[in-house]
Write a protein that binds this ligand. Structure first.
Ligand SMILES: *Cc1c(COP(=O)(O)O)cnc(C)c1O
Length: 299
């Protein structure tokens, strides 16, 4: 499958800022948002082994779940199109009069959209029975194969050994599990949860790890969700414009802006000690910003 995608080898972006200098901390951002124009970020990594497995088992179509702005939905649609697989997107909520950019794009990649009520969406096992011919992937690509794919994210950075801390956003926890699997025993992995008080995430991550990997140093931080999943108060928007102005680093409202904010606070609070070297994973997702009114963001 690698051949189909021709991913650019990307480099990480070193961030220079007063708050880092004062605290004697180094920060690089791994720009997964640059790997591919549509399947940006972590999603292709998470999909890779599911798609291989589906093909091996002889499935012609893939079905998966997501909301109207889901990065996972658009990535699945695009990856399936490139791989010659049909795709079905089970979308949460009734069909809106005007489809979101995400869904319009997914449809351009020939994804069949099936809208289900929020009540039914909570019962994926019921929905699955209606699509017997499809290979199902969990919402967000959650699962062991997703984590196996995410493990390969760190191979994109040649200098992985120099980092004391690796920090990423946490939605389902699949990417974080992959990062933990790939990390060395002396590295600390921190996940910034983008949901409010979702304390079950630690177990979700652990469920994807074997006993050896579970012993590594990792922690999910619950303080930087800005009100909850996809919530983006004016304060967050201003922060995103500020990051852009200072670093030419584009971030998204759901995951990466909150992660960058978390990194900054953890450094300022001395949670991350002096002389640390951090790698923040920019997991992509910029297409989600299309849900904002025009000119909200300066990039
Ligand atoms: C989906 C997504 C995540 C969350 O990844 P999980 O593996 O579900 O934790 C983080 N960042 C971006 C940009 C995403 O699209």
């Amino acid at each position: 499958m690698e051949d189909t995608f021709h991913f650019k080898k990307i480099s990480s972006q070193a961030i220079s800022a007063d708050w880092l200098m004062h605290k004697k901390v180094h920060l690089d951002v791994l720009r997964l948002d640059n790997i591919h124009s549509i399947i940006s970020g972590n999603k292709w990594f998470k999909l890779k082994y599911y798609l291989q497995d589906a093909k091996k088992q002889g499935f012609a179509s893939i079905a998966t779940f997501g909301g109207a702005y889901s990065n996972h939905i658009i990535a699945t649609a695009c990856a399936c199109e490139m791989e010659g697989l049909k795709s079905i997107g089970i979308i949460r909520g009734e069909r809106p009069v005007i489809l979101s950019d995400t869904l319009l794009n997914a449809r351009q990649y020939n994804m069949k959209l099936e809208f289900v009520s929020r009540a039914l969406y909570k019962h994926p096992e019921v929905i699955r029975k209606e699509f017997k011919d499809a290979y199902f992937i969990n919402e967000g690509g959650y699962g062991i194969m997703g984590a196996e794919g995410a493990k390969e994210i760190l191979s994109f950075t040649p200098e992985i050994l120099k980092y004391t801390h690796i920090i990423c956003a946490v939605g389902t926890g699949t990417m974080m599990a992959g990062i933990i699997k790939a990390a060395k025993a002396n590295q600390t992995i921190l996940g910034i949860s983008v949901m409010k008080e979702n304390y079950s995430l630690t177990d979700k991550v652990k469920d994807l790890l074997d006993a050896e990997d579970s012993k590594k140093s990792f922690q999910i931080i619950h303080d930087y969700h800005f009100g909850g999943y996809a919530k983006h108060p004016a304060e967050l928007i201003a922060y995103m414009n500020n990051i852009w102005q200072h670093h030419y680093l584009p971030t998204d409202i759901v995951y990466t802006a909150k992660t960058f904010y978390g990194v900054q606070q953890l450094v300022l609070d001395n949670f991350i000690p002096a002389n640390s070297s951090i790698l923040m994973i920019h997991s992509g997702g910029l297409q989600g910003n299309n849900s904002l009114p025009d000119k909200t963001l300066s990039f």
